[in-house]
Design a protein around this ligand. Structure first.
Ligand SMILES: [Zn+2]
Length: 201
C-alpha cells in the first residue's frame, strides 16, 4: 500500500482538515489519504539539513544568552567528532575550559528549549555504537535527531495554508512516504477500498 502511495502522489492532493490535530485528512484522484503531520515535517526538515552540508550558510538563530553545558567525559570525547557537523547545521559552539561548552546559536527551526536535549542526544549517540561509523551515516543520524526535535508536535492545530505547505514540500522530498526513522507518513484508502467497504464493488 505504501509503494502504491508513493507512485501515485501528485500535487493534486487537497487537504480537508485534521484528525486529532495530528493527521491531515486529504483527498486526491485515487481516494482518501491520512498524512502524519509530524512525520511529514520531519522528512522535510531532514532533507533540508542533509542539503545544508553543501556549503551554503545555514539559517541560524543567536541565543540572547549563550547556554553552557558541562559534558560528561564520554560526551566531551564525542564533541570533537561532531562539532564540525553541528556548525554546518547552524549551531555556533565554543569550547570553554575543561569539559564546558557554550552554545551561542542554534539552527533556525529548532525551539531553543530543545537545544540542550538535542545536543546531549547527539553526543550520546556518537559515543555509543556509532563511533567510527561512516561519515554519511553519522550525518544521517544527526540530521534525523535534529529533524525530530525541530518538527511539529502532535496535537497541533494547523491552518489550511500550513497543511498545504506541508503537503507541497513533502512531495518535493527524497522520500515522501517515510520519515527519517523509517515510519510510514501516508495511509491511503482508495476508492476501491471504500466501495468494497460499502459492498458496492
Ligand atoms: Zn520519524
Amino acid at each position: 500500500m505504501r509503494d502504491g502511495a508513493a507512485k501515485s502522489l501528485t500535487s493534486n492532493i487537497r487537504p480537508l482538515g485534521q484528525l486529532e490535530d495530528s493527521f491531515i485528512i486529504a483527498t486526491d484522484a485515487e481516494g482518501l489519504l491520512l498524512i502524519d503531520q509530524r512525520g511529514a515535517h520531519e522528512r522535510i526538515l531532514f532533507d533540508k539539513y542533509r542539503r545544508l552540508e553543501a556549503s551554503r550558510r545555514p539559517d541560524s538563530q543567536s541565543l540572547l544568552v549563550p547556554e553552557t553545558f558541562d559534558l560528561t567525559p564520554a560526551q566531551a570525547a564525542a564533541f570533537g567528532e561532531v562539532s564540525d557537523e553541528l556548525e554546518r547545521l547552524g549551531f555556533s559552539l565554543m569550547r570553554l575550559s575543561g569539559r564546558t561548552v557554550a552554545v551561542r546559536a542554534i539552527p533556525a527551526d529548532l525551539p531553543a528549549t530543545e537545544a540542550r536535549n538535542l545536543l546531549s542526544e547527539i553526543l550520546d549517540t556518537v559515543d555509543g555504537e556509532k563511533r567510527g561509523r561512516a561519515r554519511e551515516s553519522l550525518r544521517d543520524e544527526i540530521a534525523a535527531s535534529l529533524a525530530r526535535r525541530a518538527a511539529l508536535k502532535l496535537n497541533t492545530a494547523l491552518t489550511q495554508e500550513k497543511m498545504r505547505w506541508l503537503i507541497d514540500h513533502l512531495l518535493l522530498t527524497s522520500s515522501p512516504t517515510t520519515c527519517p526513522h523509517g515510519h510510514p507518513i501516508i495511509l491511503r484508502l482508495t476508492k476501491r477500498d471504500i466501495e468494497r467497504g460499502f459492498h458496492r464493488a
